[in-house]
Write a protein that binds this ligand. Structure first.
Ligand SMILES: Nc1ncnc2c1ncn2[C@@H]1O[C@H](COP(=O)(O)OP(=O)(O)OP(=O)(O)O)[C@@H](O)[C@H]1O
Length: 543
């Protein structure tokens, strides 16, 4: 551990207690980060990782009482720059375009020097975002812009709270490369989170927190998949790292074929009940004349293709819950989702994967009827099977919601009540009833809300304001609201964001119970290891 003169940040016996809290959020923190070092602090949700970030960045002064010692070394540029844990709050709201957003931190610091916008974006593999409007970016693209903006400050210490949120694995690796270059120039990095990923794996040391106290320090190789899983589990931390494929493993079948027989079988525990011909495929017949399948962008990005089908042998299709017939979505003159044919059976979980900006959220929004007029949606979305199938296209979102319930990438945008319980109580109207039945129905709904609060781990927070929840808890709340609608199909956009190990297990239990009761799920995720474990099939969007 770096001490004394070379240290950029030193915490000795440091602690912090929020004004309204009975117990300290942090206590007994001894940590020194030297020039060129990167330390990861991991722990379960509520263990104090975000508080430690804010303390290190000097952002807690008004909110409680600090104890112990904290020293930051002076730096020629900004002493410290921090990325917070809420991906949707990263963009300032003060600018409309990517380039201006990247110049803003330097300008706000009173520095008039020219900012290398192109270089900052290119370092994160995001050169394509130059000149784009901020309100037309995907969640991960926004995260990349926020990260690129921080790097323009060239601070002595970079504090990153869950920087991998919303980033695809390639972006996480590129961010790791940018951090390595920053460290080579003498910069120091403190990262924190509830998940172990490519970034924490590249740290010099990993410190585990438990109830605000440091409990163990290890070198990242001790946490490698799958050997390190038990150690991470003992500290309530989830790992998104994929188990490396041995060099001798068989090469999987090509992904691009629309021929079902060419889809790599990746094995499965329970056979899904889907149509044997229901493997999601690019529908060549649905491609408009003159337009190639895939998004018409110069960087050769997305193309729809089947990723994997876990069926060892395909059983008959008893209940098709959702069918897409040539669904395609274009925005701003570009094809975002190429024509897609897909049938989803009762009991099935489909994971949609793909790089940042590949179109995953757009697909879910298209199914839910939540795209604005600027989006050109073609093709059909049907819920139900055969003659009973109900076409959803043309129906407004509120009329689709009872059939396909959508949980968006940004949970804050779906919350409006003053308390967690209030949010659930208003999530779905009571069924049509006679006045005499009202009291009984209300009591049943209250019991249902209590049960959901327990299942989603929110019972102790029932009276909290939704804005006071962590991002992962807000998502939990929106999932609970969606379940109250009793939909046939759940559409979950990045449900794993920011979850620790217990919260991941809770999510799995909720999904399993939903599909075992006859529902179907489409979810998006950048956690490819988890997608492989939870989903019956995966669909990759983009290149
Ligand atoms: N209103 C809009 N107008 C034009 N393009 C848009 C608009 N909204 C999103 N896009 C673009 O559509 C593409 C797909 O966005 P989408 O949010 O679906 O991606 P995603 O796969 O969910 O990405 P992420 O993994 O980062 O969440 C992106 O390139 C995005 O910039």
């Amino acid at each position: 551990m770096a001490e004394g003169g070379g240290a950029v940040l030193v915490l000795s016996g440091a602690g912090f207690r929020y004004h309204d809290a009975e117990t300290p959020a942090l206590a007994g923190i001894d940590l020194a980060i030297g020039r060129g070092e990167m330390i990861a602090v991991l722990g379960p949700q509520g263990s104090g990782t975000s508080t430690l970030c804010r303390l290190a960045a000097g952002l807690l002064a008004e909110r409680g009482i600090a104890s112990g010692e904290l020293r930051r070394a002076p730096s020629p540029g900004a002493a410290v720059a921090m990325l917070g844990d809420d991906p949707e709050a990263q963009i300032t709201g003060m600018t409309s375009f990517v380039d201006d957003e990247l110049r803003l931190p330097t300008r706000l610091a009173g520095d008039r020097r020219a900012v290398d916008v192109a270089g900052a974006l290119a370092a994160l593999g995001a050169a394509r975002l130059r000149g784009r409007r901020l309100d037309a970016l995907s969640g991960g693209e926004r995260q990349l812009v926020a990260l690129a903006g921080l790097t323009t400050l060239d601070p002595g210490l970079l504090v990153l709270d869950q920087p991998g949120l919303s980033l695809d694995p390639g972006s996480r690796v590129r961010l790791g490369g940018a951090l390595a270059r920053f460290r080579a120039r003498g910069g120091a990095v403190l990262l924190a989170g509830h998940q172990h990923d490519e970034l924490s794996a590249a740290a010099d040391r990993v410190l585990f927190l438990e109830e605000g106290r440091p409990v163990r320090e290890v070198a990242p190789p001790a946490l490698a998949p799958a050997a390190g899983d038990a150690l991470l589990a003992a500290h309530g931390v989830w790992s998104t790292l994929e188990v490396p494929v041995p060099a001798s493993a068989p090469v999987p079948a090509p992904e691009r074929s629309a021929d079902r027989d060419a889809v790599p079988a990746v094995g499965r525990d329970a056979a899904p009940v889907v149509d044997p011909d229901a493997v999601p495929v690019a529908d060549p017949d649905a491609v408009p004349a003159g337009e190639p399948p895939g998004r018409d962008r110069s960087d050769g990005e997305p193309e729809m293709r089947p990723e994997g089908d876990r069926r060892a042998s395909a059983p008959p299709d008893p209940v098709a819950l959702l069918e897409l017939r040539g669904l395609s979505i274009a925005r701003g003159g570009a094809t975002i989702v190429p024509p897609l044919a897909l049938r989803l059976g009762a009991g099935e979980i489909l994971a949609v994967i793909g790089a940042n900006g590949a179109g995953k959220s757009t697909l879910l929004r298209g199914i839910a009827g939540l795209l604005g007029r600027d989006a050109a949606v073609a093709g059909e979305v049907l819920v139900g099977a055969g003659d009973a199938a109900i076409p959803l296209q043309g129906l407004p979102a509120y009329r689709r919601a009872g059939r396909v319930a959508w949980v968006g990438q940004d949970p804050s945008a779906q919350l409006s009540a003053a308390t967690v319980r209030g949010e659930l109580e208003r999530a779905a109207p009571l069924p049509r009833h006679r006045r005499a039945d009202r009291a009984r129905l209300r009591a049943e709904r209250a019991a249902e809300v209590d049960a959901l609060l327990d299942r989603t781990g929110l019972a102790a927070l029932a009276d909290a304001h939704p804005s006071d929840l962590q991002p992962a808890q807000r998502k939990e709340l929106v999932i609970a609201s969606a379940l109250l609608l009793a939909p046939r199909v759940l559409l979950l956009d990045e449900p794993t964001l920011g979850r620790d190990l217990p919260a991941m297990r809770r999510l799995e239990r909720i999904l399993r119970a939903f599909v075992e009761a006859g529902g179907a799920v489409i979810l998006t995720t950048h956690d490819l290891r988890w997608a492989d474990a939870i989903a019956d099939r995966t669909l990759r969007l983009g290149a």
